[in-house]
Design a protein around this ligand. Structure first.
Ligand SMILES: [Zn+2]
Length: 85
């Protein structure tokens, strides 16, 4: 009788050990799926932040690279450029 009890206890021990291992593996896999790796040291820097300017006519703020320049001021579109006499 004690031999049967030994095998039942051994089976239960193996069952719980396997279950704990499977749960740990599943948890680890879930962490890997949601984990965002830290930026690598040799990765390129983020894109440079572009300077903004405002239109001298309407006050619209827009990227300075798209500005039209006239008499030292920035304008958003040709329609807002000062008219020449
Ligand atoms: Zn404008």
């Amino acid at each position: 009788m004690s031999r049967v009890l030994f095998w039942i206890l051994l089976a239960l021990l193996v069952y719980f050990a396997l279950r704990a291992k499977l749960r740990a593996a599943a948890r680890k896999q879930m962490q890997q799926q949601t984990h965002v790796p830290p930026r690598q040291q040799n990765a390129p820097p983020p894109a440079a932040i572009e300077n903004m300017t405002s239109c001298a006519h309407c006050g619209l703020h827009f990227p300075a690279s798209e500005a039209l320049h006239a008499d030292g001021r920035d304008y958003c579109s040709p329609a807002h450029l000062p008219r020449l006499p």
